[in-house]
Design a protein around this ligand. Structure first.
Ligand code: PHE
Length: 362
């Protein structure tokens, strides 16, 4: 092959390289030129049969073509690769300012009772209370007798109790009618000073628009050597302000009666109904939300605490009621009917975990 022929082969190949539209096309050009059976490689194979003096010059000339082609291939490869990356980036660009798309995981909802229980727990935890628990199925002793309601006590009648069949020892287990038996369990297990809350399910044989046979309470109990009514009032006031997220809450402490506290009170909070909206802490409507009082000496005796040394206060708060009030849910029965449309409307996003720092219902 003559020198001009080599030149024209080189320009033909360089032309093909510059025309390659993508990395695949470029690879085909490379194989056709420098591959085992490529046109440049075939020229190299001619060298073996040549007389030595021709071989040197021809070898050098072919090598020059080969180097020029290889360099052009590499330059074009880099150019095409960076163009491909740029195209990919332009195509896959993400707008990080777009709102998060709700996936199936975010579809679930937290029931308002669970959310409000978490809110209450957060507030009392912040005041130094710990959580205590007891079972739904209780003994007659824990639910009544130890709470200063011996058998035949008239107050037992007020509780509409669900009883189980009589056991071999003659006693009947029952579904707890309030969370107060957790007071007894706690005082039997732990020594004062005590500061606990006990949220949970309770049961009474009762059903209408504001009563369901199963509902929720949170019990509070403080036992120490110098506790008085002022502490109780302060704790409840602080709780109400934090829970309803308002600077002041109008509260009414009404004299009442519970066998396990003396004195006893019921607490109402003031609210106003403006159109469909409920405003907590002002106005002249009242809603009863809890019962409370100083722990009765007989209760302390029942758990072997000396009433001359220890005293304390207790309260029992209706979780469902304050949930209805805070989040404007009109019918208690809907809480427990398992209607997904209701839950979608009133439920909470799974990661909306209440904290005092972030604002409870933020
Ligand atoms: N256990 C009472 C009830 O269910 C509430 C209560 C608790 C009252 C603690 C006083 C002290 O009605």
């Amino acid at each position: 092959m003559s020198a001009p022929e080599l030149d024209s082969l080189q320009s033909e190949l360089l032309e093909a390289i510059s025309r390659a539209a993508d990395l695949g096309a470029l690879e085909e050009v490379r194989i056709a030129a420098l591959g085992k059976k490529g046109r440049v490689s075939e020229l190299m194979q001619l060298l073996g049969a040549m007389p030595p003096e021709e071989r040197r010059d021809f070898g050098q000339a072919v090598n020059t073509v080969k180097t020029a082609v290889a360099d052009a291939l590499e330059a074009k490869r880099l150019e095409l690769a960076s163009a491909a990356t740029a195209a990919k980036l332009a195509h896959e660009r993400a707008d990080v300012t777009l709102p998060v798309r709700e996936g199936p995981i975010a579809e679930g909802r937290i029931h308002p009772v669970s959310q409000v229980t978490d809110e209450i727990t957060e507030i009392f935890a912040d005041m130094g209370f710990s959580i205590a628990e007891g079972p739904d199925i209780e003994t007659d002793f824990n639910n009544f007798t130890a709470l200063n309601m011996p058998p035949e006590h008239p107050a037992r009648q007020d509780h509409d109790t669900f009883y189980f069949a009589e056991g071999p020892d003659g006693t009947r287990a029952l579904l707890r009618t309030h969370t107060s038996p957790v007071q007894i369990r706690t005082m039997l297990k732990q020594k004062p000073p005590l500061r606990i809350i006990a949220p949970g399910r309770v049961y009474r044989c009762d059903s209408d628009q504001t009563h369901t046979p199963m509902f929720h309470q949170v019990e509070g109990l403080v036992i120490d050597e110098e506790t008085h009514l002022g502490h109780l009032k302060w704790v409840l006031q602080e709780f109400c302000k934090a829970f309803f997220e308002v600077p002041e809450v109008k509260m009414r402490f009404r004299a009442s009666h519970f066998p396990f506290t003396e004195p006893s009170m019921e607490v109402d909070i003031g609210y106003a109904k403006i159109g469909d909206e409920i405003k907590i802490g002002e106005g002249d409507q009242w809603l009863e939300i809890l019962g409370c009082g100083m722990v009765h000496p007989n209760v302390l005796r029942a758990v072997n605490l000396d009433p001359a040394k220890y005293q304390g206060f207790a309260f029992g708060l209706g979780i469902d009621r304050i949930a209805m009030l805070k989040y404007g849910m009109p019918d208690l029965r809907a809480f427990f009917s398992g209607d997904l449309r209701w839950l979608k409307h009133y439920g909470f996003a799974p990661l909306a975990i209440p904290t005092l720092a972030a604002g409870l219902s933020a």
